[in-house]
Design a protein around this ligand. Structure first.
Ligand SMILES: Nc1nc2c(c(=O)[nH]1)N[C@H]1C(S)=C(S)[C@@H](COP(=O)(O)OP(=O)(O)OC[C@H]3O[C@@H](n4cnc5c(N)ncnc54)[C@H](O)[C@@H]3O)O[C@H]1N2
Ligand code: MOO
Length: 389
């Protein structure tokens, strides 16, 4: 059964289990998915404050201040973070203030130190004090406001935001447990000697890292040889995983046993996706365990993971940019093409080597141009670009 890239994502999502909510401390929340809306417990800023080191005063007193016509104000005190000025700033008065310190009553504008001259008990302004350098209480968010929505990925900036909202721990979805197994008699672990015809197991290490980046709990299994019995044994001994990712053994060869095992002993959701590279990808189930069969070719396995598996596992859509084509890009009649490409400035250029076995092309090119079925792009046309290196 041939499916589109979008259908492949949807079918994989449908096989993933419902996940429980885990409350975790902020320091352990990176990369997880937020399980419930987060409400601000406090306002930020918590008080109206200065955005600069300088003086606070009444802006109206300083409207005409310039280097030629400086304005002199009387210093009546100081406002520091944690030690506010107790009085009120009157007409013709100023208070020294520091970034983040509360704005005193009566003041409504700030002039930075760079535009000030000391004059004993007075201070001289070389330009007007500005109300735009006042940060208002709740200007970022107000107590009670819903600021982070359930389903978002907890990036470092969102974890920082959760801390600012006043949460010490956050409700998150339990990470998916994903097992990774390479298949193939020729596949050898890095560090071991390699003889002609063998290949180092690079796919597993690309996938492991991509799973970690996607917030999954990944486990690397020993590579399985090309024998139906060995593969069946390896699959049977997987305990506790939510999904198994295999690499290799899904194409047309006589020894492509992942394909055979799912077709004969399991259920097949799809075999083959209308895409290049990565066409032979397969999804099925084996005794209740969802199995995603990634093609063995090194570029294909990582591209299929990035454009199909990752969006399904994280619930986040594939992120793309619109950039101008610096070279023409062709589309394919009946497949979505993901061409390796280099981004330079606001333009994207075709990468010379598109073979699915040229692993260095992914790291050198750093991006994929997405060409929908039957499309084409000339120099200067806008195309969708996925950053992936
Ligand atoms: N007659 C046809 N042959 C092929 C077709 C086809 O449609 N008709 N499709 C080609 C495409 S496209 C791909 S992609 C590959 C996928 O094949 P498999 O998933 O069965 O993968 P293998 O044959 O096991 O290996 C392919 C290639 O990748 C190397 N490999 C495998 N595992 C790893 C690993 N863990 N790390 C690094 N490299 C790995 C393996 O040595 C092979 O060179 O099929 C085409 N053939
Ligand atoms: O799709 Mo295969 O992945 O072209 O080499």
């Amino acid at each position: 059964m041939f499916v589109s890239v979008e259908e492949a994502r949807t079918l994989l999502s449908a096989l993933l289990p419902e996940r429980e909510t885990e409350h975790v401390p902020l320091a352990l929340a990176y990369g997880r998915t937020l399980a419930a809306d987060l409400i601000a417990k406090v306002s930020h800023p918590s008080a109206t404050e200065s955005a600069l080191d300088g003086i606070a005063c009444r802006g109206a007193d300083t409207l005409l201040a310039s280097r030629d016509t400086p304005v002199r104000l009387r210093l009546v005190g100081e406002s520091r973070a944690g030690q506010a000025f107790a009085g009120e700033v009157g007409a013709g008065e100023a208070v020294r203030i520091y970034t983040g310190a509360p704005l005193p009553d009566g003041a409504d504008a700030i002039c930075p130190v760079e535009q000030l001259q000391d004059a004993g008990d007075d201070i001289v302004l070389l330009r007007p004090a500005l109300s735009s350098d006042v940060r208002h209480e709740g200007g970022d968010f107000r107590a009670g406001e819903t600021v982070l929505r359930a389903g978002v990925r907890l990036t470092p900036s969102r974890v920082a935001l959760a801390a600012a909202l006043g949460h010490a721990e956050v409700p998150t979805l339990r990470p998916l447990k994903v097992a990774v197994m390479s298949t193939g008699d020729e596949v050898v672990e890095p560090g071991q000697p390699l003889t002609a015809g063998q290949v180092y197991n690079s796919n597993a290490y690309g996938l492991l890292g991509m799973l970690q980046e996607a917030g999954c709990q990944a486990a690397l299994l020993p590579a399985a040889p090309d024998s139906p019995e060995a593969l069946e044994l390896a699959l049977t001994s997987i305990g506790g995983a939510d999904v198994l990712l295999t690499s290799g053994g899904v194409s047309m060869g006589k020894y492509d046993f992942v394909r055979d095992l799912l077709i004969e002993g399991g259920q097949v959701s799809f075999w083959k996706v209308r895409m290049r590279p990565g066409g032979p990808a397969m999804l099925g189930g084996w005794r209740g365990l969802p199995v995603f069969g990634l093609p063995g070719n090194p570029v294909s396995s990582l591209v299929v993971f990035h454009v199909i598996v990752r969006p399904a596992l994280t619930g986040q859509p594939l992120s793309t940019l619109r950039l101008r084509a610096g070279t023409p890009f062709r589309g394919l009649a009946d497949k979505t093409a993901f061409w390796r490409a280099e981004v330079r400035g606001a333009e994207v250029f075709d990468y010379a080597k598109q073979g699915s076995g040229v692993l260095r092309s992914l790291s050198e090119a750093g991006a994929l141009v997405v060409m929908p079925e039957g499309s084409s792009a000339e120099v200067g046309d806008e195309v969708d670009v996925v950053l992936m290196g």
